[in-house]
Design a protein around this ligand. Structure first.
Ligand SMILES: C[S@@+](CC[C@H](N)C(=O)[O-])C[C@H]1O[C@@H](n2cnc3c(N)ncnc32)[C@H](O)[C@@H]1O
Length: 236
C-alpha cells in the first residue's frame, strides 16, 4: 500500500506582490519521478504537451520523445521550439489523446503528462505500455481554485485517481498532493491578487470571479493558488 505524500505551503499574501499565476509550472517532484526511470534509450510519450514545456525539458535526456496535443496552434509552437534547438529526435503531432490508439505511435516505454489527464488517457496509456513500464503525471487536484466555487472537470481527488489507476491496470509507486494556499488580511487583498494574476478576465467571463467575490464577501480569506496530484504508477 502506497501512502499519500502531502505538501502544503501556506503563506500570507504580501501587499503588492502581484505577478502572473503559476498554476501550470512543472513540479520538481514530477521531474524527479520521471528522471528516476531509464530515459536515454527509450521512447517517451508526452500527452497534452502544449507548446512543449515538459517535452523540451526532457529532450536532451531521452532516446526519443513524442508530444501530442489536440490544439494545432500549440503543436506548431512546439515544433518551432524544437527546430530552433535542432532537436530531431523530438516529434509533435496534433492528435486527440482520448481518441487515438497510442500503439499507432510505435513502441512507447514511458508516458508522461503535465496537467492533461483523464481516465480515458490512463486506459489508452495502459494499452501501449508493457508490464513494469511507468506513467508519471501531474494533474489538477479538485482543490485547485476551489474558492471560485468551480471544480475543473479534469481535476482529480485522491480516491478518484487511485480508482482510475487501478481500473486502467496501474499499480501506484508514488502518490502526492502539492498545495499552495495564500491567505488575505482583508477581502480587497484577494481581489488585488486576482487582478494581478492574469486570470481575472477569463474568470469574469465564466463566472468564477463572481464565485470568488462571493466567497471573499463571506468570511473567506484563503485562496488555493496551486493544487495538484503528482503520480507515478507501473503497468501491472
Ligand atoms: C494546461 S495545458 C498543459 C500543457 C503542457 N503539458 C504544459 O505543461 O505546458 C493542457 C493541454 O492539454 C491539451 N489537451 C486537453 N485535452 C486533450 C486531449 N484530449 N488530447 C490532446 N491534448 C489535450 C490542451 O490542448 C492543452 O494544450
Amino acid at each position: 500500500m502506497v501512502e499519500w505524500n502531502r505538501h502544503r505551503i501556506e503563506r500570507p499574501y504580501r501587499a503588492g506582490e502581484g505577478g502572473k499565476a503559476n498554476h501550470a509550472g512543472l513540479s520538481a517532484t514530477l521531474l524527479r519521478l520521471i528522471r528516476e526511470e531509464p530515459l536515454h534509450d527509450r521512447t517517451i510519450l508526452d500527452v497534452g504537451c502544449g507548446s512543449g514545456r515538459l517535452t523540451l525539458t526532457l529532450a536532451k535526456e531521452v532516446g526519443r520523445i513524442i508530444g501530442i496535443d489536440r490544439a494545432n496552434e500549440v503543436i506548431e509552437q512546439a515544433r518551432q521550439h524544437a527546430a530552433a534547438l535542432r532537436l530531431d529526435h523530438v516529434t509533435f503531432h496534433c492528435l486527440d489523446a482520448e481518441v487515438i490508439d497510442y500503439r499507432d505511435l510505435g513502441p512507447i516505454s514511458l508516458v508522461v503528462a503535465n496537467l492533461c489527464m483523464s481516465d480515458e488517457i490512463l486506459r489508452r496509456a495502459a494499452a501501449v505500455l508493457s508490464p513494469g513500464d511507468a506513467i508519471a503525471f501531474a494533474a489538477f487536484h479538485v482543490d485547485q481554485w476551489k474558492e471560485s466555487g468551480r471544480i475543473s472537470q479534469y481535476a482529480y481527488g485522491e480516491g478518484h485517481v487511485e480508482t482510475a489507476l487501478s481500473e486502467a491496470g496501474f499499480e501506484p509507486v508514488y502518490l502526492g498532493v502539492e498545495r499552495e494556499v495564500l491567505s488575505f488580511a482583508a477581502p480587497d487583498e484577494g481581489l488585488t491578487y486576482l487582478e494581478g494574476s492574469g486570470l481575472s478576465a477569463k474568470w469574469k467571463a465564466d463566472g468564477r470571479r463572481q464565485g470568488f467575490v462571493t466567497y471573499l464577501q463571506g468570511s473567506g480569506r484563503e485562496f488555493t493558488v496551486r493544487a495538484r496530484v503528482i503520480i507515478k504508477a507501473r503497468r501491472r
